[in-house]
Design a protein around this ligand. Structure first.
Ligand code: AMP
Length: 280
């Protein structure tokens, strides 16, 4: 497996792969890899001739400096994990490489970025659309793999690819959970044992929404109130948002009559976690 830090070197490799008519499956990550990332890599490995994984902790998508500073970092361990998944290349550029002096072009998107996390994390999705555009231009993947845990990110990237006529097939993979239901997240590494236990209220609240929907309750206000009460019963939690939205437009719903996304962002102590389920 090649470990590549320079854009020029990555491009040279991509050119040679394309010359040999081999398909490229790409998994972008910010490192601190876990089973969720592994599921993306395995799917990409199966469906493509070449697997390229990137590890880049993109500063421009962090709206809070301390979140960026405290984000778990374990580059050497991550490279070994990726090697074990039989990847062909890992791309780990530094920030001077991705945002050299004079950098001043950004990719922005309206509408889908106004909802959910976009509402509470100003600038976050501009950081995402800009870095994903750059990575797609450098790696030229045939397929790129993203996790449903970041549902809004998937929706934004699918829209980006459509609107900007990018020739990349976006694949969304199911959320991978720990045995007790907590979605794998790099930020889980920051939870202490008590917080780890408290974090179960997140999936608990989503399951409750699923149960209510299964019992034919369609009014979103009623479902959200139940979810709020589950979170509030758990110590050291704070609700960033609990929303039920149209799964395509991400617009708030008052009642569910099509494919709906139940999405939550909850602070567990000083760690903000997101999760979601689809109801249809
Ligand atoms: P990140 O390193 O957090 O930027 O995540 C890299 C990719 O892994 C994104 O496409 C995420 O949606 C995906 N991902 C993160 N957590 C999970 C999970 N629990 N299950 C599936 N995919 C995930």
């Amino acid at each position: 497996m090649e470990v590549i830090t320079k854009i020029d070197e990555m491009r040279t490799r991509v050119l040679s792969v394309k010359d040999r008519k081999r398909s490229i499956g790409f998994v972008p990550t910010m490192g601190a890899l876990h089973n969720g990332h592994l599921s993306l890599m395995r799917r990409a490995r199966e469906e493509n001739d070449e697997l390229v994984v990137s590890i880049y902790l993109n500063p421009t998508q962090f709206d809070k400096n301390d979140d960026f500073e405290n984000y778990p970092r374990q580059l050497d361990k991550d490279i070994e994990i990726i090697r074990n998944e039989n990847a062909d290349a890992v791309f780990t550029p530094c920030t001077e490489e991705m945002y050299p002096d004079g950098f001043c072009t950004h990719v922005t998107q309206d509408k889908l970025t106004d909802a959910l996390c976009g509402r509470v994390r100003p600038g976050h999705f501009n950081g995402v659309t800009t870095i994903v555009t750059k990575l797609f231009n450098i790696i030229e993947p045939d397929r790129a793999y993203f996790g449903q845990k970041d549902y809004q990110q998937c929706a934004v990237i699918k829209r980006l690819v459509t609107d900007m006529n990018m020739d990349v097939d976006i694949q969304v993979c199911p959320t991978v959970r720990e045995e007790d239901g907590l979605a794998f997240s790099s930020r889980n590494k920051r939870l202490n044992p008590e917080e780890r236990q408290n974090a179960l209220c997140i999936y608990g609240s989503l399951l409750k929404a699923g149960d209510m929907f299964a019992s034919d309750i369609r009014e979103t206000k009623e479902i959200i109130e139940e979810m709020i009460s589950i979170i509030k019963k758990t110590k050291h939690t704070k609700i960033d948002y609990i929303s039920i939205v149209n799964a395509n437009t991400l617009e708030d719903l008052s009642s569910i009559n099509g494919k709906a996304l139940v999405a939550v962002a909850i602070w567990i102590g000083n760690t903000r976690l997101i999760d979601n389920i689809i109801l249809e």
